[in-house]
Ligand binder design. Structure first.
Ligand code: GDP
Length: 139
């Protein structure tokens, strides 16, 4: 059975340019319930650990530097079939390939600075939510 939560990050470029509000409005309008939300600035160690699966990729160092370049908004989102539904709402990793009307199509400025993160599986959604939220700050 598909899970009902996913994990998302509004990335530093989007927070810095004042896009958190418009992005949250799109998330709400698409029917997602915010089950946890905080603004944080990741440490290098946290960003390295979060993107551990990409450690061998050529863009890993740049990605970590980018993700610690400013505050981010981390969220747990609830919706039926949350992981797939949220991936649809955000669009493809590369904004040039994202469908019109998706969050990345509207707010991304490059493949790296693509405005938002969304978990790619139920297993990763649970791992990522647990990485940033304890039981007392999720609902
Ligand atoms: P996602 O699941 O759609 O976020 O995509 P991935 O898990 O493949 O990549 C994680 C993040 O790494 C993406 O959201 C981008 O911010 C960044 N990224 C992915 N591919 C590239 C790339 O080719 N170049 C650069 N600079 N960043 C990338």
């Amino acid at each position: 059975m598909k899970g009902d939560i996913t994990f998302s990050i509004i990335k530093p470029n989007a927070v810095r340019t004042g896009k958190s509000g418009p992005i949250l409005a799109m998330i709400n309008e698409a029917g997602f319930e915010i089950a946890g939300m905080r603004m944080i600035k990741m440490t290098q160690e946290q960003a390295e650990s979060f993107y551990e699966v990409h450690r061998e990729r050529p863009f890993y160092r740049d990605l970590v530097d980018f993700m610690i370049s400013g505050p981010v908004v981390v969220m747990i989102l609830r919706h039926e079939n949350a992981v797939d539904e949220f991936r649809k709402l955000i669009g493809a990793t590369d904004p040039a390939k994202a469908e019109p009307g998706t969050i990345r199509k509207i707010f991304a400025v490059s493949v790296q600075m693509n405005a938002v993160h969304g978990s790619d599986s139920d297993e990763n959604a649970l791992r990522e939510a647990g990485f940033f939220f304890s039981e007392i700050d999720r609902f």
